[in-house]
Design a binder for this molecule. Structure first.
Ligand code: ADP
Ligand code: MG
Length: 557
């Protein structure tokens, strides 16, 4: 007979026990366990003999995605069952490092003859475990999906063609089970063609959904975000929490979310399990979006990157190696290195230095001009000393002054004629139309010969490329990188190798410049080329961008 005490009488060392019971393990009724629930942990202690050191397991409720009570079909058996699902970080079997791995604990509760009473007890436990694991989440932004009173409803959009064409298999092998364990109701939508998801979310009744989740590469999320911002009710629509599960070959946002969670790097299915876990936890955070203006195409929104030159070429040329999955970028990089070329154009930007954005008092009465390089640099240095933005200093010293003068004008930060006509989506306050000269407070990069220009707003450019190590989800900053022409193939390769660990900025490469900006404009001179936004090809030609801080919401766990 099971013995149960409703009053806590034990202490696991950290926090007091709120529930205690003695159950047998499902599948082996000879193994009896004492199970204690504290505010933070589920502690399972074997009461029957066990190998030394393995008789007590402390499971952190932070790692728990769900818990449920149930009865088996056998009416003669009065027992109820309790299953708890954990995804703790564990050492890998054959290699170093840790990754989340699934652990299920299932107990049999049969203290009483009345099946109803056993079921009630199991339900009580399941509720308590779920509530406490939900409470372990830090409530930010006022939204915690798991706190919704009704079951969560997600639309899960899967691109069956993404990556190696395995997204559906990965869903069947991992995600379906995880979402069930977390009691997340979801409707699977398999996309049939490019832009299917975009059209679908443009028309969808969003009141039906607590979240729109995509399982693909970054390209499908790009469709969803643009679909939402094309709606007449875009302001409300873009607040719908979005989620991402890596199922493609370019899984940069998934890798970024994993990175922000503080876990050590993983790839492939381990990344999927990590992102599935974060999705089940359901913590919603704000994410920046960047509006992109092209010469003749409608305005776009981007959540990840804008690239021209080496990176854009590799991304698109490597499409043909899609069958190797995320390794396609490594293969593409090596191929492109062999035919390294220079890209000519003009780059300008509005620095994200603190002075430009926050100090209203200064903004209204300072107009600064300097007419030679020496004074430009000393002015720039002075500005950088005012700012705590170290990358700004780096940039000014490296390369930033216009041909004749550096003009830093703070009389008016909002251009009088905005580049945004009557489009859905938020207005752009920092951009002038592309056929007009730049606003006077922008910095023009002196060089016109580049190997690459890359604007990033999240940390990862690919699963294994930590391009902007200090980027965060909603820092309101575009991390602008460019590599000047003249870099050797070896040095460029070294940069990309260092980028795997986010160490490229520490290589002190003289050709690499990194600066933080709020808006930028690029005018390529070469008549042909590739520009990518979030890894997707867009119209080639002049392009400009402005960051919109925290415009959308993403489930980050
Ligand atoms: P990957 O990382 O493998 O490139 P993406 O999610 O970026 O995966 O998708 C690649 C492209 O496929 C995107 O342009 C996306 O819009 C498009 N797409 C989405 N659904 C389908 C489909 N069912 N068939 C073909 N292409 C699709
Ligand atoms: Mg893609």
């Amino acid at each position: 007979m099971d013995q149960r005490r409703s009053e806590p009488d034990r202490n696991t060392g950290s926090s007091p026990v709120t529930l205690y019971g003695e159950f047998t393990v499902t599948g082996n009724r000879k193994v009896r366990c004492a199970v204690s629930l504290t505010e933070k942990d589920l502690v399972v202690q074997r009461l029957t003999s066990a190998p030394v050191g393995r008789n007590k397991v402390v499971l952190s409720l932070k790692d728990c995605v769900g818990c449920r009570a149930f009865r088996e079909d056998d009416n003669a058996d009065p027992a109820a069952y309790l299953s708890a699902y954990f995804y703790p970080l564990k050492r890998r079997w054959m290699s170093s490092g840790v990754a989340r791995q699934r652990v299920e604990y299932c107990f049999r509760l049969a203290a009483l003859q009345d099946p109803r009473a056993n079921q009630d007890e199991a339900e009580k436990w399941a509720r308590a475990v779920r509530e406490r694991s939900g409470r372990q989440q830090y409530l930010r932004d006022g939204v915690l999906m798991s706190e919704l009173s009704r079951p969560r409803r997600m639309m899960l959009l899967v691109n069956p063609q993404s990556g190696k064409g395995q997204a559906l298999t990965l869903y069947n092998n991992h995600i379906q089970r995880m979402l069930n364990e977390a009691s997340v109701q979801h409707t699977l939508v398999i996309t049939e063609r490019q832009n299917h998801a975009r059209e679908l979310v443009r028309e969808a009744d969003l009141s039906q959904w607590d979240a729109l989740v995509i399982m693909s590469g970054d390209g499908l999320l790009y469709e969803v975000i643009n679909g939402l911002l094309e709606r007449a009710d875009w302001e409300e629509a873009i607040r719908t929490p979005l989620g991402i599960l890596p199922g493609g070959s370019g899984n940069a946002l998934a890798a970024s979310i994993h990175h922000y969670s503080g876990a050590s790097p993983v790839s492939s299915e381990e990344l999927l399990v990590s992102c599935g876990f974060l999705l089940c936890k359901g913590l919603v955070s704000r994410m920046d979006l960047v509006s992109i203006h092209l010469f003749s195409s409608p305005r776009l929104f981007s959540f990840l990157s804008l690239a021209w030159g080496f990176v854009a070429d590799v991304d698109i040329e490597s499409e043909k190696y899609r069958h190797v999955g995320a390794a396609r970028f490594t293969v593409g990089t090596l191929v492109r290195l062999a035919s390294l070329r220079v890209y000519k154009g003009k780059l300008a930007y509005l620095p994200a230095a603190k002075d430009y954005s926050n100090e209203e008092g200064m903004r209204n009465n300072m107009t600064l001009h300097c007419n030679n390089q020496a004074s430009s640099l000393s002015l720039a240095s002075a500005l950088c000393r005012q700012s705590r933005d170290s990358s700004c200093q780096n940039t000014f010293h490296n390369s930033c002054h216009s041909n004749n003068s550096l003009k830093v004008r703070r009389t008016e930060s909002t251009p009088s004629r905005s580049a945004t006509k009557a489009l859905p989506g938020p207005p752009d306050s920092l951009l002038l139309p592309l056929d007009q000269p730049l606003p006077s407070d922008w910095v023009v990069v002196q060089e016109e010969d580049f190997v690459l220009i890359l604007a990033m707003y999240q940390s990862h450019l690919a699963e294994d490329l930590l391009a902007a190590p200090d980027a965060t989800l909603d820092d309101g900053v575009i991390h602008l990188f460019y590599v000047r022409a003249g870099i050797s193939r070896t040095a460029l390769l070294r940069l990309f190798l260092a980028m795997e660990k986010g160490a490229h900025l520490a290589t002190n490469c003289q050709h690499l410049v990194h600066t933080k900006v709020r808006a930028l404009r690029l005018e390529p001179y070469s008549p042909k080329g590739i520009i990518t936004v979030d890894g997707e090809v867009v119209e080639y030609g002049p392009v400009q961008a402005e960051v919109h801080r925290g415009l959308t919401r993403l489930i980050t766990g």
